[in-house]
Structures are given as structure tokens and as C-alpha cells.
Design a protein around this ligand. Structure first.
Ligand SMILES: Nc1ncnc2c1ncn2[C@@H]1O[C@H](COP(=O)(O)OP(=O)(O)O)[C@@H](O)[C@H]1O
Ligand SMILES: [Mg+2]
Length: 359
């Protein structure tokens, strides 16, 4: 089977049985991927990411809450040799929580440190001011020393900030980079793929902080215009309108900004979720590519039909009947809206499904 360069084989057309292909060039738009739990989203996403890795030089960052992509660099022994060969050459970095997935505290902008510490610039005026003044000492000294100085200070606002940091215990988290590489620094080297195991932390705030630090850093460097595909599985975790913690709000706002303005800087989103209604409308409405797997909820389907006018109603209506691994593709990345049976993975699925022990 020979397919033109720039076209990614992802499976077989349900009607007609021809190879189904996506246009790699159109991943320079945002993509929305949805389907109920178990419909095969993560597996299918893996199929597409493998093809992007094999056939393009588009680096990707994968926000992976369930450790589903931690084996993306491991080719399956039953994978066709030719198809899998390019994957063996790729630079795939897997950053694990509690190990190599790290954030540089000193490098966080003040507004992110404030979100982390729940400091409001108006409500907590004094502590916020102390934090603004801290930038210089954080450049010179280890954060633990800075906090020790705050705690023994004569100034009540400094002591208050020191107590806040100590009481929250954030500096005890094992996620700080200190003299090691942070996730943002790894991504700045643009490996072919960087997998972020953001679900592996004890506190939800740690996942949000890693995501925020990475997205914020990419946004700060947007004028460099170095393309990157930001793949977010279970995107409702980072993009829900219901996130109300300061960190959650900040992550969502950053995603809304990237959805609205990221395209021209080469910051392209690929968001996957089982709860389309839980992804902020300001994000969904910016997506030009749609992949829809089985979804039984009529309400969700109605909403999708309203947002994705380019997906024909007759095909959307088939979604509740899809078997696992079947999907509707519509939008710029496919020549015409198409129903597809996804092909097989070339690399191992990660995942942490607990199996029933058999005798
Ligand atoms: N096309 C497929 N071929 C073979 N197995 C699949 C396929 N799609 C999904 N699966 C399997 O079904 C299970 C659920 O799929 P998954 O992709 O995790 O669903 P979702 O992300 O939509 O919840 C996984 O164990 C996966 O290995
Ligand atoms: Mg999944």
C-alpha cells in the first residue's frame, strides 16, 4: 500500500474499505476528539500520534493523566516492520511524576506562584507585595533558605508569607527541579515527543501546576514560533469551566488563550475528552478538526452538531452505534467527512488497567 507523503494512514474507511488517511499538514489547527469512556479514544489517539511521529517532524507534548502513553517509545513485536521502523529512530522522552517530571520553582512567574499559594493580589495585598520583592533573593538562594529567612523576619507580612508556604508544604513536594532539568527545559529541546505523566502525583494541584508551568512557558516563548502539538488526553481535567481553584482557573485561561491565539505561533491543540460539555466553549469553538467516537448522550451530540457545523448530521447520528475503535472524522484534516475503523497500534499501550487475576 503506497500513500502520498503528508497523508497519515490511520485505518480503513467503514464504507468502501479503502485506507483512511488524515492530512498531516492540517494539524496546524486545533483538533477536538471525543467519545464516551471505553469508546477507544486513547487507543485511537495513539494510532494517530504514531503516524505523526513516523511521517512528520512535528514535535508533540502529551499531557497524559493515566500513564497511557508512557510506552510510546516501545515498538510492539507484532508491528509491521516497515511501518514501525521510523518510530525506532525517534527521540521520545517520558517524564514520570515523582521522578523526571519536574518544575523549576524559581522560574515560575509571580502570578503562578501566587496561584499555587492561593495569594490574591487584592485580598492578600501585603503577602503579594512580599512575593514580588522575593524574585531577587530567589535568584541567589535556595527556596528553602528564602523561606527560613521569611519565617525569622521582623516584618509581619514576610512572616505571614513564610508561614503560608511552610503550612501548605509545597516546598516539600518532590517535584521541584533545583539543579536538575525541568519539564519546560526538556520541551525546549524539542524532542520528537515528550510524555508528561501528570496523573502520577498525590495532589491534584501538582498536576495542574506542571501543566500550567509547561503551557505558560510555551506561551511566553511564542514569538520563537517553533511548532509543537499539545496533546491533552482527558482534557476536561485542564479545560473545564468548573475548575475553580486558582491553579485550575489559570490552566483553563491559558488554554483558552492558546486556543484563540496559539495557531499563528505554532501552538496547536489536540484535546480528547468523554465530556465535551466540560470543555470550556471558548476552547471547543476554536477547533477545526473533529474526531468523534461512540457517544450515546443525545445532549452531547446536539452540542457537537451545533459547534461543528462541518460534520454532517447523518454521520453524527451514527455515533451511538459505533463499535469500539470506530470514529467519524471531519474538518480540515480529512478530505471529506468519513467513518473509519481505526488501525492497530504500533507501540505498546501504557495504562494501568488492573486485570482480574486468573487461576
Ligand atoms: N481499535 C482498538 N483495537 C483494539 N483494542 C482497542 C481498540 N480501541 C480500544 N481498545 C481497547 O479498549 C480499551 C478501552 O480503550 P481506550 O482507548 O482506553 O478508551 P477511552 O480512552 O475512550 O476510554 C483499552 O483496553 C484498549 O486497549
Ligand atoms: Mg482514555
Amino acid at each position: 500500500m503506497s500513500i502520498s507523503p503528508g497523508l497519515l494512514p490511520i485505518g480503513i474507511e467503514l464504507e468502501g474499505g479503502e485506507p483512511a488517511v488524515l492530512n498531516a499538514a492540517r494539524f496546524n489547527r486545533h483538533t477536538f476528539w471525543c467519545g464516551q469512556s471505553g469508546s477507544g479514544k486513547t487507543y485511537a489517539l495513539g494510532v494517530v500520534l504514531e503516524q505523526l511521529l513516523a511521517h512528520t517532524g512535528l514535535p508533540m507534548v502529551i499531557f497524559d493523566p493515566n500513564a497511557d502513553f508512557v510506552r510510546l517509545g516501545e515498538v510492539r513485536s507484532d508491528a509491521p516492520k516497515d511501518a514501525a521502523a521510523p518510530l525506532r529512530e525517534r527521540d521520545i522522552r517520558v517524564l514520570r511524576a515523582g521522578d523526571t517530571l519536574r518544575v523549576r520553582f524559581q522560574a515560575l512567574p509571580v502570578r503562578i506562584k501566587a496561584a499555587l499559594l492561593s495569594i490574591d493580589p487584592l485580598r492578600d495585598r501585603e503577602e503579594y507585595r512580599v512575593m514580588l520583592d522575593l524574585a531577587e533573593s530567589l535568584r541567589r538562594s535556595h527556596p528553602q533558605e528564602v523561606v527560613a529567612d521569611l519565617l525569622s523576619s521582623e516584618d509581619s507580612a514576610q512572616r505571614a508569607l513564610g508561614l503560608r508556604i511552610a503550612n501548605l508544604g509545597v516546598l516539600d513536594w518532590d517535584m521541584w527541579a533545583y539543579d536538575r532539568q525541568s519539564a519546560s527545559e526538556v520541551i525546549a529541546e524539542r524532542p520528537d515527543a515528550t510524555v508528561l505523566d501528570i496523573g502520577g502525583y498525590e495532589h491534584a494541584d501538582q498536576s495542574l501546576l506542571v501543566a500550567l508551568s509547561v503551557l505558560d512557558d510555551l506561551w511566553q516563548r511564542r514569538e520563537e514560533r517553533r511548532p509543537v502539538l499539545l496533546v491533552i488526553d482527558e482534557a476536561h481535567n485542564l479545560a473545564s469551566g468548573e475548575l475553580d481553584s486558582p491553579l485550575g482557573q489559570a490552566v483553563r485561561e491559558q488554554l483558552i488563550r492558546i486556543a484563540a491565539e496559539g495557531r499563528k505561533y505554532g501552538l496547536w491543540l489536540l484535546l480528547s475528552t468523554q465530556r465535551p460539555s466540560k470543555v470550556h466553549p471558548g476552547i471547543i469553538s476554536q477547533c477545526d478538526n473533529l474526531a468523534l467516537m461512540k457517544m450515546s448522550s443525545p445532549l452531547d451530540l446536539q452540542e457537537l452538531a451545533a459547534v461543528f457545523g462541518f460534520a454532517p448530521d447523518a454521520l453524527l447520528a451514527r455515533s451511538p452505534l459505533f463499535a469500539q475503535g470506530q470514529a467519524l472524522f471531519a474538518g480540515g484534516f480529512i478530505a471529506q467527512p468519513e467513518l473509519v475503523q481505526m488501525g492497530a497500534r504500533l507501540t505498546h499501550e501504557g495504562g494501568s488497567d488492573v486485570r482480574v487475576p486468573l487461576r
